[in-house]
Ligand binder design. Structure first.
Ligand SMILES: Cc1ncc(COP(=O)(O)O)c(C=O)c1O
Length: 393
């Protein structure tokens, strides 16, 4: 027997991520210490009161059944959180849907919304599930380049009318992964008008809504007038409360779009384990002091890395948000050459930017998933590597 996988699967290979992991492993096997800044999995612990709630709830044997769309308290807690944090009013019954991580919703939404041949506008570079979800749905991807000279915002005026006529959905993410830029209110207002004009569902991925630094404003797309009429917003407890393995997230906004996703999901999953929902309610209705502390920790990490890299002569822009640095690489390398040499020679693992789309070429993504001291050490190793390479060139 020879199983080769479907055409859709072949479009979805995660080869670069795997190659980075393999190279890291090979270096480890040779006894080399590799500082792993490749995977965006948070290394902080969830708040202890959240862990306690989960443990306590898990002792209740009546809570081991299917939970379907989840408990009403969860939706209410999301409503509370959105009001407190982003000044957004939500109807918990109709404008909130629980997800098994935001990935669950992002992966399935396109299939619930678009037909084969419909277009979807996707950021380039962008988080890989955006493209993959459109492939799963049989849709057509229209990449929107996110360029430094346009503050990493898509130029909506450049999208041809014949594309817009066939477009059902667009995905944006501010702050995003790998591009850490923030959008201002003006951009979101432009998106609302654009979506209304062309009858497009806007999907805003706000997974990093609580990792915003330097007191920059945390702008939910849903807080912009008219946003609920045209769009939805994905969010998650994965990064906000370091509950990534719990697989709990949610989508808020347009009632109709949420209903379509809920209908689709009712065919494929039966909900999140009750104790996780209970713990999530505790997190979302807490006093949020945990979030302030976490932002400070990430700022320290970012500053340790960036100051070290700038000292090395590599002029890397300071991330305004998220757990990543989106770094333009020095001239003379492709993203992959640079990333692979960093693993092999410097002992630092990062992801080449082209893993996130063609416009990611010339960049690498560095994840702030190690303590400040380790990040400073990574910067020192990179400095040594750059000096060696410049001397040899
Ligand atoms: C931009 C972005 N959106 C969504 C997700 C998915 O997160 P989760 O499914 O854990 O909520 C991630 C995870 O890394 C991400 O980086």
């Amino acid at each position: 027997m020879n199983f080769i996988g479907s055409e859709k699967l072949q479009k979805m290979t995660a080869s670069i991520f795997q190659e980075v992991a393999d190279r890291k492993m090979a270096a480890n096997k040779k006894g080399k210490d590799v500082i792993d800044l490749s995977v965006g999995s948070p290394d902080f612990s969830p708040p202890s009161f959240v862990v306690d709630a989960l443990v306590e709830s898990a002792k209740d044997t009546s809570k081991y059944g299917y939970t379907l769309k989840g408990i009403a308290e969860f939706n209410e807690a999301v409503g509370y959180f959105y009001k407190q944090r982003y000044e957004v009013d939500l109807d918990p019954a109709k404008e909130v849907l629980q997800l098994m991580g935001s990935q669950d919703g992002l992966a399935h939404l396109a299939t619930a919304i678009i037909n084969p041949g419909d277009f979807c506008l996707v950021p380039d570079p962008g988080y890989p599930i955006y493209e993959a979800s459109v492939h799963i749905a049989g849709g057509v991807i229209y990449p929107m380049p996110l360029l430094a000279e346009n503050k990493f915002l898509p130029n909506l005026k450049n999208i041809p009318l014949e594309v817009l006529e066939k477009t059902r959905m667009m995905i944006i993410s501010y702050p995003g992964n790998p591009v850490t830029a923030l959008a201002d209110r003006g951009f979101f207002e432009e998106v609302v008008v654009f979506a209304r004009t062309h009858n497009i569902l806007v999907v805003h991925d706000f997974a990093y809504s609580e990792l915003i630094f330097d007191r920059n404003p945390q702008i939910s797309f849903m807080s912009v007038p008219g946003a609920k009429e045209v769009g939805i917003e994905f969010n998650s407890l994965s990064k906000t409360f370091n509950m990534a393995g719990c697989r709990i997230g949610y989508v808020v906004g347009n009632e109709q779009a949420i209903h379509l996703l809920a209908t689709f999901k009712s065919n494929i999953d039966y909900g999140v384990f009750y104790p996780i929902q209970h713990a999530a309610v505790k997190a979302l209705t807490s006093d949020f002091s945990y979030l302030r502390e976490q932002v400070k920790e990430y700022e320290l990490r970012r500053d340790a890395l960036i100051s070290g890299l700038i000292k090395s002569g590599w002029q890397v822009a300071k991330s305004p948000a998220t757990m990543f640095v989106w770094a333009k690489i020095p001239l003379g390398w492709t993203s992959r050459q640079f990333a692979f040499e960093l693993i092999d020679r410097a002992g630092v693992a990062v992801i080449p930017g082209d893993a996130f789309g063609a416009q990611g070429e010339g960049y690498v993504r560095i994840a702030l998933v190690q303590p400040p001291e380790r990040l400073s050490q990574a910067a020192e190793r990179i400095e040594k590597f750059l000096v060696d390479r410049l001397i040899k060139k």
